[in-house]
Design a protein around this ligand. Structure first.
Ligand SMILES: [Zn+2]
Length: 294
């Protein structure tokens, strides 16, 4: 697998001493209306490279552009009115089938930000991953080992993303394009690597159930009560499929409530108006062999 498929192809006309030393500057700007349908919840995280500012570090070939703009969009809410996207992090583990079953009961779809080797090894739950995909849930990357990438090197971030991409390719024949950073921690280096690996969307959230931060079921219910009262404003909520009380008790309360007030429970593709955008089809699913280990 190519390690730098995007960036290096764009930089082919520019001599770069060290890719890891690129002086990226991060700009935040609102997307224009024709880029996205409506909301200021979309921001364009533009990685702008100012070549030549640090004398001697870069060398431009004659006629090449002085700036190469590469972008990944940061998403913190749905865009489609009347939709809630429930996102479940840190699996696969034990409760994904329970979550999917409860979503099915309300004609809903969800989104799962999967790890490769966190609570469990993804290859040991390949059948569950396939079932979620077949049922129309969005599957996205949360990295291989749930690392705090503010402590990772450039190569370590690449490796963490690549290992999960390999698992997605083997199990599903796809490459994810949506990513959520563990602990919500974003650094310039992480953004740089995400862009290089072809990720299009950095997914955060509008509402946090708090289930990974000690919130009780009663605490979590308050979050969904507030969402239900805001209908039809869109929401993008954070939960964890690794928590049995979320998958059982909280969803038994929140899903019927949200449906009752009129919300559609949608996967991220649908609630962003980007159906089919969360992955690239890169081949056929593989057959389990001795390489399917963590
Ligand atoms: Zn996580």
């Amino acid at each position: 697998m190519l390690r730098l498929p995007v960036l290096l192809s764009l930089l082919s006309s520019i001599a770069v001493a060290s890719a890891s030393a690129l002086p990226f500057a991060l700009e935040h700007r609102l997307a224009s209306p024709d880029e996205f349908s409506s909301s200021s919840s979309f921001k364009d995280l533009r990685l702008r490279q100012d070549f030549g500012e640090e004398e001697g570090q870069f060398e431009e070939e004659e006629g090449s552009s002085s700036e190469v703009a590469l972008t990944i969009q940061s998403v913190s809410n749905c865009l489609v009115s009347g939709h809630v996207a429930l996102t479940f992090d840190d699996g696969p583990y034990l409760w994904e089938k329970e979550v999917a079953s409860k979503l099915k009961d309300v004609d809903g779809k969800g989104t799962f930000f999967l790890n490769g080797n966190n609570y469990a090894c993804i290859y040991d739950h390949a059948d569950t991953v396939k079932a979620l995909f077949s049922a129309g849930h969005t599957l996205a990357s949360h990295g291989w080992a749930h690392k705090n990438h503010s402590l990772s090197t450039y190569d370590e971030i690449h490796e963490d993303l690549e290992k999960l991409e390999i698992a997605f390719a083997k199990i599903l024949g796809i490459k994810p394009t949506f990513y959520r950073p563990p602990y919500g921690i974003i650094t310039d280096l992480l953004l740089e690597v995400l862009v290089e690996r072809g990720y299009t969307s950095l997914i955060m959230w509008s509402d946090n159930s708090g289930d990974a931060d000690g919130a009780t079921v009663a605490n979590q219910k308050l979050t969904y009560d507030a969402i239900s009262k805001s209908y039809p404003a869109p929401h993008l909520s954070l939960q964890h499929s690794t928590k049995d009380f979320t998958s059982k008790d909280t969803l038994s309360y929140s899903l019927p409530l949200l449906k009752k007030v009129g919300y559609k429970l949608s996967n991220l593709d649908t609630c962003l108006g980007l159906v089919g955008a969360s992955y690239l089809k890169i081949g056929e699913p593989g057959v389990k062999d001795e390489s399917w280990v963590c």
